[in-house]
Write a protein that binds this ligand. Structure first.
Ligand SMILES: Nc1ncnc2c1ncn2[C@@H]1O[C@H](COP(=O)(O)OP(=O)(O)O)[C@@H](O)[C@H]1O
Ligand SMILES: [Mg+2]
Length: 233
C-alpha cells in the first residue's frame, strides 16, 4: 500500500521561486527512502509537503489514501501530530526545557492522557540510551546526544512515519552512524522513513534513493529491495 503519494506536485513560493516543478513519488508502508540532491533542489520543500507542514501549489498529495488538498489546518495538524515524527538537522530542541521535557512536548498537543506522558517519554529515552541525561538541558549534551533526544521526541507519539531532514548533517561520521543505527532499528520495526541526506553512506541505509534536481526527480535507484542492510564503509 502506498502510504504517501505525491503526483505532479509543484511548489511555487509567494516570491515566485519554483522549488518543485512536477514531482511524482510514492512511499510504501514500511519503506525507508533516502532523498538526495544538490542544495536548493527542493528536498526540504518536498519533505515539508510530505509532512503536511506546507501545501503543494499544484498536483495532488494522498496521505494514507486520502486526498489532502481540501483538508483544513486543524485536520492537517491532527494528522501530523498523530502520524508523523520529524527530525531536523539542527535538532530544534528547546534550550530551557530539560531533555525529558523536550521529549514530552509533542504529547502536549496529542490525545495521549497526561498521566501517560512520563512513561512514554521514559520509554523513548531508554530506547535512545538517554535516560541518564533526562534532567539535563540540551546545551549540556553532545551533538549525537541532542539528535538522539530529538529522535526520542519524534517517536514519543508512536508515529507510523518518520521524516528526517539531514539528521546527520551536523554530526561526525561515527556519531552519524549511531544515529543511523537507530533509524535502521525503527525501520526493522516497520516504521516508514523518509530521510534527506547529502551523504551517500547515509543514503546506503535506505532501500531506495530518490535524486532530486531543480525541483524534479532526476532518477531513482533501488538498493537491496527486501531487508535493510548495514552498508560497508
Ligand atoms: N520559504 C521559502 N520562500 C521562498 N523560497 C524558498 C523558501 N524555502 C525554500 N525556498 C527556495 O526553494 C528552493 C528549494 O529549496 P529547498 O527545498 O530548501 O532545497 P534543499 O532542501 O534541496 O536545499 C531554493 O531555491 C530555496 O531558496
Ligand atoms: Mg534542505
Amino acid at each position: 500500500m502506498n502510504l504517501l503519494e505525491v503526483k505532479d506536485v509543484e511548489k511555487t513560493y509567494p516570491d515566485g521561486t519554483r522549488a518543485l516543478r512536477g514531482v511524482t513519488l510514492s512511499v510504501r508502508a514500511g519503506e525507508m527512502v533516502a532523498v538526495m540532491g544538490p542544495s536548493g533542489s527542493g528536498k526540504s520543500t518536498l519533505l515539508h509537503i510530505l509532512g503536511l507542514l506546507d501545501r503543494a501549489t499544484k498536483g495532488t498529495y494522498r496521505f494514507k489514501g486520502q486526498r489532502t488538498e481540501a483538508f483544513d489546518g486543524a485536520t492537517l495538524a491532527h494528522l501530523r501530530n498523530a502520524g508523523i515524527g520529524f527530525v531536523f538537522q539542527l535538532f530544534n530542541l528547546i534550550a530551557n526545557f530539560s531533555v525529558e521535557e523536550n521529549v514530552q512536548l509533542p504529547l502536549y498537543y496529542s490525545q495521549v492522557p497526561e498521566r501517560e506522558w512520563r512513561t512514554r517519554a521514559h520509554e523513548m529515552l531508554e530506547r535512545v540510551g538517554l535516560m541518564h541525561k533526562r534532567n539535563q538541558y540540551p546545551n549540556k549534551l553532545s551533538g549525537g546526544e541532542r539528535q538522539r533526544a530529538a529522535i526520542a521526541r519524534a517517536l514519543v507519539t508512536h508515529p507510523e512515519i518518520i521524516l528526517a531532514d539531514e539528521p546527520t548533517g551536523n554530526l561526525d561520521s561515527a556519531t552519524g552512524a549511531q544515529v543511523m543505527a537507530l533509524f535502521q532499528m525503527l525501520h526493522r520495526e516497520g516504521k516508514t522513513i523518509v530521510l534527506i541526506t547529502h551523504d551517500p553512506t547515509i543514503a546506503a541505509y535506505a532501500e531506495r534513493v530518490v535524486h532530486l534536481r531543480d525541483g524534479v526527480v532526476a532518477r531513482e535507484a533501488m538498493h537491496r529491495a527486501a531487508a535493510p542492510h548495514t552498508p560497508t564503509p
